[in-house]
Design a protein around this ligand. Structure first.
Ligand code: SAH
Length: 216
């Protein structure tokens, strides 16, 4: 694809998301600023501008653009926010968040995925992303609290460490459910009376796996 074809394909995808009404202007502009093809390997690049999930390294997947847009919108990202993301994966969601907030701290259990993602952040000159190879069940206490937390792997329940690292008025968005079942995308808000959750949609995510990956 030429640069121009790429821009047109991306604009068409964003137009499709606008019609589906899954996100507002600010989030759609962020999506339009991130070339999804950069996050896929050559074999799967043909899927870059389809509204479909796509395979990435280490047996993981990058979410469907509709789901990325919906989750980003649900997070209510603000310019001054510090955001924790669990599950860097390809780095696509990270890059979109980085265009919307002050800083993104992102945790991934596969070193290979984290390293590949870092190369992409460099290509896009994103200077406001800090990454770690660790088990996201523990959050990232060093930089807590976070205004927003986004989890992009499914766990049977939201890990308590993440709730503990959420700032007052903070919002956490996560897929919750069993590995083989349907999961629910939930949004939790930390109010004065504690955490209040709401269900947003049925989704399917790869599971959140304990520990740092030893393979690769
Ligand atoms: N947001 C990613 C989607 C990645 S899929 C993207 O835009 O590409 C979910 C990712 O979560 C996978 O890369 C998987 O390795 C990672 N993951 C699963 N369990 C984890 C854990 N306990 N800690 C950190 N990352 C985890």
């Amino acid at each position: 694809m030429t640069d121009e074809e790429e821009r047109e394909a991306l604009a068409a995808l964003v137009m499709h998301l606008r019609r589906r009404n899954v996100a507002g202007r600010r989030v759609l502009a962020a999506l339009e600023g991130v070339p999804r093809s950069l996050f896929l390997d050559a074999r799967h690049r043909g899927l870059a501008y389809a509204d479909r999930a796509a395979p990435i390294d280490c047996g993981q997947t990058v979410s469907q653009p509709t789901v990325v847009a919906m989750m980003t919108e649900a997070l209510e990202p603000g310019e001054a926010h510090r955001v924790l993301e669990i599950g860097t994966g390809s780095g696509y969601q990270t890059a979109i968040l980085a265009r919307l907030v002050a800083h993104v701290f992102t945790v991934e259990r596969y070193r290979r995925l984290s390293d590949l993602a870092a190369e992409r952040f460099a290509v896009l000159r994103l200077a406001n992303v800090t990454r770690s190879v660790a088990d996201g069940h523990d959050g990232w206490a060093e930089h807590a609290p976070y205004d927003r937390i986004m989890v992009t792997a499914a766990a049977p329940a939201v890990p308590q460490a993440l709730v503990d690292q959420l700032a007052p008025d903070g919002i956490l968005v996560a897929p919750v459910g069993e590995q083989d079942g349907v999961q629910e995308l939930v949004r939790c808000r930390l109010g004065p009376d504690g955490l209040i959750g709401e269900r947003l949609a049925d989704v399917r995510f790869v599971p959140m796996v304990p520990g740092v990956a030893t393979r690769l």
